[in-house]
Design a protein. Structure first.
Lengths: 241, 298
């Protein structure tokens, strides 16, 4: 039962995370997903500290940060990756300070950041499917380099990435975003999105059955399989050319 | 307001000479339950401060400047031992520059040295996860080991502060008698309980004392995510062995445990390793809470 739910969760995120990941690669803002996840976790902790609804606070604070990031133009002379890294460090530290005030929320905040594919249930699968579809739809709009376009792009990322991290954990989400994109990357540009999705899906199936058969932690097994699949994919394509 | 004017110099004076006013021992305990045992023995002859808070994972306590400050003026440091606090305590002791409480000094007390240890491993490697090769360090979950630690602590306090030796021994004896009575009273009541599954192997001392069978763990290798195969087998085992309760530490109450509870139908029970409370009453309240939960009364 746990095996099938884990597999369903991995295949589900394989459908949208690699596609969004390709846009992240194109814009070279790879830290954005870690930063957004950390911001959401801080929002959650603040909500708990104020005896409010953690999820509501997480959503509101993430939305505010999305608007702030969108103020940074694509052609800004600031290194974008460094800005995202700084945001990540700031959010992580604010989170630690919020936690210092409430030791009991530690487990809950960590849960938001380091979810596990083993804990996925029916309602989380539905939430991820809806969030993923919405994010894909938003990211397919013409998100040009203007304020509104950037809000739509970063908003789509937040909608897809935050529930996915809660459900399957930050390492798996990070790998799903970048590894398939890197596997099909060619000539300084993104390769076909369908190929990226295929790499992620193959790795999910191989990784989970490997984990189940040889008794290994599932998310790590999927990530290792994804790296292997990505390298094989690149090797085969180079060989054929 | 005029009264306040007089109050401030008085307070300042009091603040300046606590050492003269009370010849109290400064005791620092790493964990809340250990602080309660220490307070039960020291009574008004010692002032107990606790580094970790109730509900915190004893393996990971975030270091803060106040913790090192508490250690700086400690006469006695009470720890669980067996490497339980190894991840955070040694740097704090170093930072406190208090040589009296270093390991091996009379001011360093590890409860594990005073009790019989279970779970000592002959062969250990990193593949087994975050285990404690010297033995399972969660001894204070057993009331009789708590009593043994209190008696040993009384001997140590008597050596550090001979003037009050008699009082330390009397308090520890009284505390020990209350705990023994609790065990005698509860042991027959727990004879018929069904086996349980726990998150980590942290209830071993408690479950062995009351002869409760623990048939499996959610995370058999501490700190390593379990495999899908392990959890699916565990769910089958819970059904086959009629396991009724899933024991989880408050700091491990997460999605995976909830999922296993939902799929298996076992009752999820939070088993704290400390509850809020003063001295002997606090420690006894924790043991009673564990016993009532184990007996199926939430």
């Amino acid at each position: 039962m746990i095996l099938w739910f884990s597999l369903a969760a991995c295949l589900l995120v394989s459908l949208f995370l690699p596609v969004l990941g390709q846009q992240i690669l194109k814009r070279r803002v790879i830290f954005i997903d870690l930063a957004l996840a950390q911001v959401a976790a801080v929002g959650y902790a603040v909500g708990m500290a104020l005896d409010g609804n953690g999820m509501l606070y997480a959503a509101v604070i993430t939305a505010v940060v999305v608007v702030l990031i969108a103020l940074l133009p694509e052609q800004s002379d600031l290194p974008k990756e460094a800005v995202m890294g700084a945001l990540y460090a700031l959010a992580a530290s604010l989170g630690m300070m919020a936690l210092a005030m409430l030791p009991h929320a530690e487990g809950q905040m960590m849960e938001l950041l380091f979810g596990s594919v083993l804990g996925v249930n029916e309602s989380e699968l539905i939430i991820m499917a809806v969030a993923g579809a919405l994010a894909l739809f938003m990211s397919k709009q013409r998100c040009g380099d203007h304020f509104l376009g950037r809000i739509v792009f970063y908003g789509a990322l937040a909608i897809a990435v935050v529930p996915a991290i809660y459900a399957v954990g930050v390492i798996l989400v990070f790998a799903m975003l970048v590894m398939p994109g890197l596997a099909v990357w060619r000539g300084g540009n993104n390769g076909p999105a369908l190929h990226a999705v295929a790499v992620a899906a193959v790795a999910s199936v191989c990784g989970l059955f490997f984990s189940s058969y040889f008794d290994y932690p599932p998310s790590s097994a999927v990530v290792v399989c994804m790296a292997t699949t990505a390298l094989l994919w690149r090797a085969i394509r180079n060989f054929r050319r | 307001m005029r009264q306040l004017k007089h109050l401030i110099p008085t307070l300042l004076l009091l603040g300046l000479m606590p050492a003269v006013a009370h010849a109290q021992l400064h005791i620092v305990a790493t964990l809340p339950a250990l602080g309660q045992i220490a307070a039960a023995v020291a009574g008004e002859d010692g002032e107990v401060r606790v580094l970790a808070r109730v509900g915190q994972d004893p393996h990971f306590v975030p270091p803060k400047p106040t913790l090192a400050r508490h250690l700086a003026d400690a006469d006695l440091l009470v720890t669980a031992g067996l490497g339980l606090e190894a991840g955070w305590l040694p740097p704090l002791i170093e930072l406190s520059r208090n040589s009296r409480i270093r390991e091996g000094q009379p001011g360093y007390f590890a409860g594990a040295d005073a009790v019989e240890i279970l779970g000592i491993m002959e062969k250990v490697d990193r593949s087994m996860g975050d285990v404690h090769p010297e033995g399972n360090p969660h001894w204070w979950m057993d009331p009789l080991r708590g009593a043994a630690a209190a008696l040993a602590l009384a001997r140590r306090l008597a050596a550090l502060d001979p003037a009050h030796a008699q009082l330390y021994h009397q308090r520890a004896e009284a505390f020990s008698r209350r705990l023994q009575a609790l065990v005698v009273q509860w042991k027959p009541r727990l004879e018929a309980v069904s086996p349980v599954v726990s998150y980590h192997d942290s209830y071993r001392y408690f479950s062995e004392r009351f002869a409760i069978k623990v048939v499996g763990f959610i995370e058999p290798k501490p700190g390593v995510e379990p495999s899908t195969r392990h959890l699916d087998r565990l769910i089958t085992l819970i059904g086959d062995q009629r396991v009724s309760q899933l024991w989880v530490e408050p700091y491990h109450l997460g999605r995976v445990v909830k999922r296993v509870a939902t799929l298996s139908g076992a009752l999820l029970v939070t088993m704290p390793d400390a509850v809020e409370g003063e001295g002997a009453e606090g420690y006894l309240a924790m043991i009673e809470r564990l016993l009532e939960s184990a007996a199926g009364r939430q």
